[in-house]
Design a protein around this ligand. Structure first.
Ligand code: COA
Length: 183
């Protein structure tokens, strides 16, 4: 079967939504969950457009909200595919909040959603390859490869750290923490 490739621009998806009072938390700012839900939707739209298939969210990375979003602001999410594996795709989502009254824009976060395409039987299925047209697109693709390697190393190190903490209780580390040891 001939390999199919698609450009990043083919599936770029931009969604804007006005932040209404119903989206606010007790502090008057927009709920993080509202933004997460919007991000999941835009990731789905972008991934299923690239794959021409149903997709599921498998992993979410880098969701650090660096600025609060206010009621009345317009949030715009821009999603692009930056990496494809066999059935998986990494979607980069940039979230910007525009304040019409102040005439300002602020980036609240840039996050990475891993999505997997599934066939009618519910099994992961191959997605088209990605055409990289400039240095930025190449850099982002390579960054995902690097991030995957680091994630594997991090998981292993965390597992080793957990094991060693179980063998030798590091009581000294807990002295200044708000916990009581009852062994
Ligand atoms: C993720 C899922 C599709 C993996 O299915 P599987 O039968 O184990 O398939 P595979 O191991 O072949 O993995 C499929 C792809 O997912 C990727 N993948 C699996 N787990 C992953 C993870 N935690 N992070 C990133 N990628 C992951 C694999 O690397 C593989 O990518 P590739 O095809 O590009 O090489 C399956 O576990 C699933 O359906 N999970 C639930 C997803 C869901 O319901 N999401 C909504 C949450 S509310």
């Amino acid at each position: 079967m001939e390999e199919n490739y698609r450009e990043v621009s083919y599936s770029q998806t931009i969604v804007s939504e006005l932040m209404i009072p119903a989206y606010a938390n007790f502090g008057g700012k927009i709920h993080g969950g509202i933004l997460l839900s919007l991000m999941d939707k835009v990731a789905y739209a972008c991934a299923s457009k690239h794959a021409s298939n149903y997709c599921v969210t498998v992993s979410v990375e880098n969701v650090d909200f660096i600025a609060p979003v206010e009621v009345g602001e317009m949030v715009t999410l821009t999603a692009i595919i930056i990496y494809v594996g066999k059935s998986s795709m990494v979607v980069r989502i940039n979230v910007v909040a525009e304040n019409f009254l102040a005439g300002t824009f602020k980036t609240t976060n840039t996050s990475y959603f891993t999505m997997v395409a599934k066939n009618n039987a519910g099994k992961p299925t191959q997605v088209p390859g990605l055409i990289l047209k400039n240095k930025e697109e190449i850099k982002r693709f390579l960054e995902v490869i690097k991030r995957k390697q680091l994630k594997t190393t991090y998981k292993k190190e965390l597992q080793n750290a957990r094991l060693s903490l179980l063998v030798i209780p590091e009581e000294k580390l807990l002295e200044k923490e708000r916990c009581q040891l009852i062994l």
